[in-house]
Ligand binder design. Structure first.
Ligand code: PMP
Length: 464
């Protein structure tokens, strides 16, 4: 098969792919979503499955009624679908349903902080989303593996740090793919290194699992991934579910992250007998709709093929880069010409502030992109060449001058025609920056006035 997104039939799988949105002059155009790294649209198959399941919707694990049994069975089967998708060990691992990657990593940090082993160091990296940085900070000594000039993870520094901490590293906690640069990290090589020095590995799969094949590999291989976290809303399934996968043994002796009904076997005034994991980590009424949506999405992604998805998105990425590089005054913040990436491109159009360009793209061409620091502040600071002091100082200064980047991110349903519209409008903007700046700076200052009178709570756009 040739991976040619020009005639991309897979677009038919997506709800709202042809949705019209208004431009600033009131005309309507078909919306273009280049913000898939934030949240993807919904698959038809997901809503179909939700509708088919709806008559059976009932309380999971709680009722004796027939529908409750159906709901509970579907919920439990969801774990198997997830395990097959990422090749997790059905005997040794558990799949815990959470609300998203953020909750999954917070849960894991809480669980690991209760273990009595001597290892107290977490090696995170300088390219992590806040979800895979902050949950570790208040419970462990955290150190950050360095990145090189292009923002790629330094495997040499990882090994240096593993050696320097001499067996005290509990976990190497690394993103599978960056939500800022799109760089894919060599997770199995990192796993082998971590295991060599008696540490485990968590892969933040939020940007990885939706875009390429993920294989946790067998427990007895050095390349095995110990823990994996990801979110459904980034893989075409709304309704707020997420996943944490890890060895069941690690959850046996610890207190659960959330406490309450569903997590218990027996409670007396003086004693609590917890349920077995995974149930023990799923206190409260489970999100069955979230699990139905996720399993339906996984089945559709599998039928398209994760390798096909990767190749289609890579074709979009290469096409976009080859045209973007000719736009006057474009500045990239990743190295698009070397190494593995998912299809995420951070850039600026010099002379147009990153808060303003997305307004222009939306108002003039119906294109949705994201800007700011993408909840990955230290990494973005580095890519922008800012020191910590620079950032703190700029934070205290005028909002309108706060630095940042613009990000486009593709899904398998996007096509070359959409990229053409994106390139075309940017060439037009680049030719007459003054005009667009004056037109859209007014929109921005109105937003700021609204903020000041309390109608909008955002400060500058730190967009996750
Ligand atoms: N990790 C990465 C790499 C992400 O891109 C995101 C979402 N932007 C998260 C974690 C957090 O995901 P969620 O908001 O679904 O918890």
């Amino acid at each position: 098969m040739r991976y040619d997104p020009t005639n991309n039939n897979l677009r038919n799988l997506i709800i709202g792919a042809e949705q019209k949105v208004p431009l600033s002059d009131g005309k309507e155009v078909t919306a273009i979503n280049f913000d898939n790294a934030a949240t993807t649209p919904i698959l038809y198959s997901v809503l179909k499955e939700i509708n088919q399941f709806a008559p059976w919707y009932s309380s999971v694990h709680r009722g004796a009624g027939y529908k409750s049994k159906v709901s509970s069975d579907i919920y439990e089967q969801g774990r198997e679908v997830v395990q097959s998708f990422v090749n997790s060990d059905k005997e040794k691992d558990i799949v815990i349903f959470t609300k998203n990657t953020t909750e999954s990593i917070n849960m894991l940090s809480f669980i690991l902080s209760q273990q009595k082993y001597h290892q107290k160091v977490i090696l995170s990296t300088s390219m992590e989303h806040a979800a895979n940085d902050l949950p570790w900070r208040d419970k462990f000594k955290v150190d950050y593996v360095e990145i090189d000039k292009q923002g790629r993870l330094s495997i040499e520094d990882l090994e240096d740090k593993l050696i320097r901490y001499r067996g005290s590293v509990k976990l190497v906690s690394v993103t599978g793919a960056s939500n800022v640069t799109g760089y894919l990290n060599p997770i199995h090589k990192i796993a082998a290194l971590a295991h060599k020095y008696d540490a485990k590995i968590l892969v933040d799969g939020a940007q990885l699992v939706p875009h390429t094949t993920v294989d946790m590999k067998a427990f007895d291989t050095v390349e095995h991934i110990d823990y994996l976290a990801f979110s459904s809303h980034k893989m075409y399934a709304p309704f707020g579910s997420g996943v944490l996968i890890g060895p069941k043994d690690d959850f046996m002796e610890t207190n659960p992250f959330l406490q309450g009904g569903g997590a218990i076997r027996l409670v007396t005034p003086g004693r609590v007998q917890w349920d077995e994991p995974a149930g023990k980590e799923e206190a409260g009424t489970p999100n069955i709709m979230g699990v139905v949506a996720l399993t339906a999405a996984i089945k559709t992604l599998q039928s398209v093929g994760m390798d096909t998805i990767y190749k289609l998105e890579k074709a979009l990425y290469d096409y976009a880069i080859s045209h973007m590089k000719n736009i006057p005054d474009i500045k990239f913040y990743s190295d698009p010409f070397k190494g593995d990436t998912i299809s995420v491109i951070p850039f600026n159009l010099l002379g147009i502030h990153h808060d303003i360009l997305p307004l222009i793209l939306s108002g003039e061409a119906g294109i949705a992109v994201r800007n700011g620091f993408f909840c990955t502040h230290p990494y973005c600071e580095r890519l922008l060449g800012l020191s910590e002091n620079d950032t703190l100082q700029k934070y205290e200064e005028d909002d309108a001058l706060f630095p940042g980047m613009v990000r486009v991110s593709f899904g398998f349903y996007n096509n070359y025609k959409e990229i053409d519209r994106f390139i075309n409008i940017q060439n037009i903007i680049a030719e007459d920056k003054e005009y667009y700046l004056s037109k859209y700076s007014k929109v921005l200052s109105l937003t700021q006035i609204n903020k000041e009178v309390g109608r909008c709570t955002n400060r500058t756009n730190f967009g996750c």
